[in-house]
Design a binder for this molecule. Structure first.
Ligand SMILES: [Zn+2]
Length: 621
């Protein structure tokens, strides 16, 4: 199959001034406050309440009513905080060049610092009261019993809190705990010397990370991609021992903190906060390693379709076909509620209401914050920031953020304030499920084989990137930390070997390997900034795949039960530990089924892609 030559990037569309964009495409922040004077009143009220909370110090031991008063005031402060913060923060994101609004936003941040000082007394004072006493109080007072999970979890967390002297010592160490990551950021960003390469078409390009990614994703000349890959990795090769030494700093710090707090391993320490059993991560890694065949099949297919004699990591991002259909926002609006039909009429109706009530800031304008997010403004409704540019990516971003927003909406409607927020461990379940449902809808309505190929590739790349790559990263982090835990040395060579072996375990014979891939670990920011974090994207993805399977297969009664369990999960917010909430929804991450659901999903998508490519080739013959 032939692939057309590289196309020129389309000229960036003219940016409209914010005032020229019709109101229906802009969020309406008046749902929070009418104007800045109303905001100022709320800000002043918040400041007074923070002062009142500080004055409660020393009262808890006097009884249940005092504890209840503190919990309620804390809720009041929290609720007001959402509105005061988001009004300033969302306004700021409309046009980040506005200094006055930025100053107000910073004013809220200063108040936050005061609030955290004003509430520092609470945990030690509570924990000085024996848990059975608190449990007696809760048994006798139904209003206080609402806080049972939150309070009991503070006692559970206390298991690894040290005495005052110990905590003081640890707090002194916190100043240099961030040094390895700060140094990594300086070395890889501020101090980096970007290399320059000459493209086959003549021009010289400076390889910033953005340029490098752009060449891999758009340049149809394999030699150019290879040159970019080589030059980009050379920069890391030049400082690889420094990177290894900085990463050793991260590993040693994690092990120090884990030992100081009495954890058996760095993994135990990382998982304790959300009460996740270590078996979840071990199962994730093992089951994924056993399910790499569809990933390899996808890359073998790519090699064939792209007509490449050798196929490298730098060939994995180039599109299989050129297809530049535009997806205007107003077309997509009708598809979105239609795509969530499997979740029931009420869910669809709520989504339609959101879409027509100015929750979304759709288009880019000068000074607007880039990217996309969903902001959970408690007591009002979720808001979404987009920079919709009519691309397929933008459409899936909308579906993704809508998943977060529906989660917020249902959680806020069904939980008391104290449990309205949900953890990252469940947060990416509804967003990825929303994308999966949207893909099904788009595939069903696609009439052009090329569009099907683009949709399927988008979904497959999503699974490769948010699932397989993240599990590979988690495996790497675990192995590296275990070296330190068992007293073994950390060297650039050793880290490179772990990474390279993992690549081979995942991609097998589907890739031709380059020695430079031994350096890839050195440039992954998450390894330095947030160890043991990325696996949560993978567990969310696995949960979502298993739920998707339950929601769309089986008898009508089974599907109805699955919908009910899923909506219950969304309505549960943060009212229990994430594993418990997911188990109730029918997902047990300590067992292989959820991960197998991802492997099966990928397998089906690759088969569909093979069919679409066969059809397209046939049509051409
Ligand atoms: Zn998300």
């Amino acid at each position: 199959m032939d692939v057309s030559s590289a196309t020129e990037a389309p000229a960036a569309p003219q940016l409209r001034e914010r005032s020229d964009i019709p109101d229906r495409f802009k969020w309406n922040l008046e749902d929070i406050f009418h104007d800045w004077s109303e905001w100022q009143q709320a800000y002043d009220e918040l400041e007074i309440k923070i002062g009142a909370y500080a004055a409660l110090q020393g009262t808890l031991e006097k009884g249940a009513d005092r504890l209840l008063a503190a919990m309620k005031l804390s809720d009041d402060i929290g609720q007001l905080t959402y509105k005061v913060w988001y009004f300033a923060s969302l306004k700021h994101d409309e046009d980040q060049r506005d200094n006055q609004i930025n100053a107000r936003r910073q004013q809220v941040q200063i108040l936050f610092a005061k609030a955290s000082q004003a509430s520092a007394w609470f945990n030690p004072e509570l924990l000085a009261i024996p848990l059975p006493t608190i449990q007696q109080w809760m048994a006798a007072d139904s209003e206080l019993a609402v806080y049972r999970f939150a309070l009991e979890d503070l006692y559970r967390q206390q298991e690894h809190v040290l005495d005052e002297k110990g905590e003081h010592l640890l707090s002194l160490s916190s100043r240099f705990s961030s040094s390895p990551n700060d140094a990594y950021a300086a070395l890889s960003t501020a101090d980096i010397k970007h290399p320059t390469i000459k493209l086959s078409t003549g021009p010289e390009v400076t390889l910033t990370y953005g340029q490098y990614r752009a060449i891999l994703a758009t340049n149809r000349n394999q030699g150019d991609r290879a040159a970019a890959f080589e030059a980009y990795h050379k920069v890391f090769a030049a400082s690889v021992n420094t990177y290894a030494s900085l990463y050793n700093g991260v590993l040693q710090r994690d092990w120090f903190h884990s030992q100081a707090r009495g954890y058996g391993s760095t993994l135990d320490a990382a998982l304790h906060g959300n009460a996740i059993p270590p078996a979840v991560v071990e199962n994730l890694i093992q089951t994924t390693k056993g399910g790499t065949e569809p990933l390899r099949r996808y890359h073998r297919l790519r090699r064939r379709v792209l007509g490449l004699a050798s196929y490298h990591t730098y060939d994995t991002a180039i599109p299989l076909v050129d297809y530049d259909r535009k997806y205007p926002y107003e077309d997509v609006l009708a598809w979105l509620p239609a795509s969530v039909e499997p979740l029931g009429g009420e869910y669809q109706q709520r989504m339609r209401e959101g879409l027509s009530s100015r929750w979304i800031d759709v288009y880019e304008n000068p000074g607007k914050r880039s990217g996309a997010y969903s902001a959970p403004v408690y007591g009002v409704h979720p808001y979404m920031l987009l920079n919709h540019n009519d691309t397929l990516d933008a459409v899936f971003t909308l579906a993704h953020e809508m998943g977060h927003s529906m989660h917020t909406l249902l959680s806020n409607a069904h939980q008391p304030f104290v449990y309205a927020a949900y953890t990252i461990f469940v947060a990416e379940v509804p967003s990825t499920l929303s994308e999966a449902l949207f893909l099904e809808h788009m595939l069903a309505r696609a009439t052009d084989e090329r569009e099907r190929i683009v949709l399927l590739t988008h979904a497959i790349d999503g699974i490769a990137g948010t699932f397989y790559t993240q599990v590979l990263f988690a495996d790497y982090e675990l192995q590296a930390h275990r070296l330190v835990e068992s007293g073994q040395p950390i060297t650039a060579e050793g880290l490179g070997e772990i990474y390279f072996e993992l690549m081979k375990a995942y991609y097998g014979e589907a890739l031709d390997y380059d020695e430079q891939s031994r350096l890839t670990w050195a440039r992954i920011p998450h390894f330095y900034s947030t160890p043991y974090y990325v696996y949560q994207y993978a567990t969310c993805f696995a949960s979502s795949a298993q739920l998707m399977h339950q929601l769309t297969t089986g008898s009508a009664a089974e599907r109805a039960a699955a919908i009910d369990r899923y909506l219950t999960l969304l309505k549960s917010g943060g009212s229990d530990h994430p594993m418990t909430l997911l188990q109730r929804a029918g997902v047990d991450l300590s067992k292989p089924e959820a991960v197998r659901a991802v492997v099966d999903q990928l397998d089906r998508l690759v088969t569909q892609l093979e069919d679409a490519i066969r059809n397209l080739t046939k049509a051409r013959d």
